[in-house]
Structures are given as structure tokens and as C-alpha cells.
Design a protein around this ligand. Sequence first.
Ligand SMILES: C[S@@+](CC[C@H](N)C(=O)[O-])C[C@H]1O[C@@H](n2cnc3c(N)ncnc32)[C@H](O)[C@@H]1O
Length: 359
Amino acid sequence: MNPTSAAGPADPSENLFDLLRAYRPRLNFTVSPNDQMVLPQEALDADTLPETDWRNQYFWVAEEILRLVVKAMILGEKTTLRRILDLPCGHGRATRAFRAAFPDADITVCDIDRDGVDFCAREFAARPVYGHPDPDRIELGDETFDLIYCGSLLTHLDADRFRRFVWMMSRHLAKDGLLVFTTHGRWCITFHRTVSAFIAPEPWQVIEDGFRREGFGYHDYAESPGYGVSLSTLGWVQQVVDADPSLTTLAAMEKALGNFQDAFVCQKWPIDNLYGPAHPKVRPMVYRGEVEMNGPPPATGGPRMVSGLAPELQKTAEPVAEGPPPTVETAAPSPPEPQRSWAGRLRRRLWRRGGSSGA
Ligand SMILES: C[S@@+](CC[C@H](N)C(=O)[O-])C[C@H]1O[C@@H](n2cnc3c(N)ncnc32)[C@H](O)[C@@H]1O
């Protein structure tokens, strides 16, 4: 019905689940020698990761990011993403997946690593924006996006900048746009102890203490003031979102990125709006079968009413019996029922009603 060629899905609205297959033939495999997301061989040799080859590990994470975005699209009932912001882009681990999955999208990349921004702009036909440690000084103008993906940035920021980055990104979301960001959650405590330490033991203790006391802990890396490791509970992060009433949280998911970082999916939709962003009156058609259920969308692209179930799913009401009201017969009192087990009583009741009890 929907031919999915190497060029990608013919109609993304009916092929959301096919995105992960469709993007692969278009993936750009050029990796920058400066890409900090390429794991060193000793990490791969440490026997704690399933992959032993850096390429497998790197492209697996790229695909995990895309899976997360597809989940967000389903939650937000969005079928297309025209304008995407990848912040921070690094050297394009996520950007390459977005470019392959959404070939016609306008993609903007932002990072304080200018080499990374330049590389992404060149390789993935993206618009470059150089980052700034202060989120309010990042020059995005008044541009808005259908998706802002913020992977592994808030995981490195203190509470103040964590909050200000979330609120800044919210300001750059288009109406019903999606904000997907990742955080270090409670699994990371186990990860730190058993898989790979994020930081030295003393600063880690500060981070873990803050996490247990207030739901948020942070410490700088030794060599980089203002950049370190954060650890946050879902509840603490939700309070950051709560402070911005223009956002509606669609999901708070533990270990949602690569079985490692937690992820939040928020939509630019006022929490106090009468309608939700995915209200039937305004949502696009996301699921296969919706067209059959509800008819084609209006040509105008205007609001669409969904009026109940498709005809074949509507149960026809039992005809009402006509005639005089039933008379109440007075009969001799019936003898007391013999004692029965509950199963026996149930069977008997069903049998009396004319249901098939199998008895
Ligand atoms: C762990 S990497 C993640 C990169 C990319 N999101 C990925 O998953 O491959 C973190 C990135 O954040 C960038 N970064 C740090 N502070 C930033 C800021 N204030 N604005 C933009 N980028 C920043 C760093 O340069 C680095 O590339």
C-alpha cells in the first residue's frame, strides 16, 4: 500500500514506524577525526559494552537517538518535522540520523565546539550556529523549530544553566513543536559504580548527595569549570518544566536513550489549554487505519472532527420490543436453592440469562 523505496517513505504519515528502515540507505558514514563521541578502544575492550567496534557503538547510538525521536513523534502525534535544531550537535552523531530520516528538513546545528558545527554544516547540509555557555546569548534569532533535540548537554550542566537551557529551548519551539532532552537519572548511579565512572570518587559523592537530598546533584570536571556531571531525578526535572506553562510533558522515560540516559519529551502546548495538543479536533493523522476510520482529512487542512467510530465498528442497538408491558405473574414461592459453590452459582446465573456457560 505504501511503497517504501530507498528514497524513503512515500507518505511519512503512514510510515512513521518505517523511518528506522528508510533512513539507513541515506546515512552519511563520514566521521570526523575530532568527534569526541567516538569511544576509545580501551572503553570497548573493557567488557562492559556489547560492542567491540567503535563504529558499531557510534552508529548504534545514532539510531537510538532516532528511535527516541520517533517515539516523541508518536507521543506528539506529529507526522513530519520540517525544522529541526540539534543542540548540541557535537560532530553530528545525531545530525546525520536526522538528515537521513528527514531529507527535506531545515536542520540547524549548534555547539560551542566550532569545529563540530562547521563539520555538521558541511557534511549534513545544516545551518550553523555557534553556541555560547550562556543559553540566552546563543544567536537563534526568533527562529522556531518543530523538533529541538538536546542530547547529553543538560547531563553536564549545573542547576541554573540546566533550567535556563530548557526555558530557552522552549522559547524556540514552534506551536506544538517537540522538545526532546536527555538527563542522567537514577540508573546512572549503578552505571557509575559498575560500568564506568563518570568522575573521581570525591566529586561523585557531592553529586550523589545532592541527588538524594534535593533531586539534583552536580560537580564540575576538574579541568573545565562550568562543565561537569549532573544527576537528576525525574521529579526535579519535571519541576523545571512546570515552571514553563507553555510546555506540556508527554513523557518522562528512564533509560530511554541507549538504555542509559533518561529522556523527557515535551510539547509546545499550554498546559492550561482546553484542548491537548493531540486532541482529535486538531491532531494530524498518525496511525495507519485512521484514514479508513475517519475519512480523509479536509482539503483545507483545517480542524478535523472525529465523530465516533467507523460504521463497521458501531454496534447496532438491540431493537426495543413493542407491545403491552410484561405482566408480573404471582407464583407459588420456590423451594430454597440447594447450597452451591460460587462457580456453580455463576454457571447457573449465566445459564438462566441464556448465556453460554459451556455447562
Ligand atoms: C556529550 S557531547 C554530545 C554531543 C551530541 N549531542 C551527541 O550526542 O553526539 C556534549 C556537547 O555539548 C557541547 N556543549 C557544551 N556546552 C555547550 C553550550 N553551552 N552550548 C552548546 N553546546 C555546548 C560540547 O561542545 C559537546 O559537543
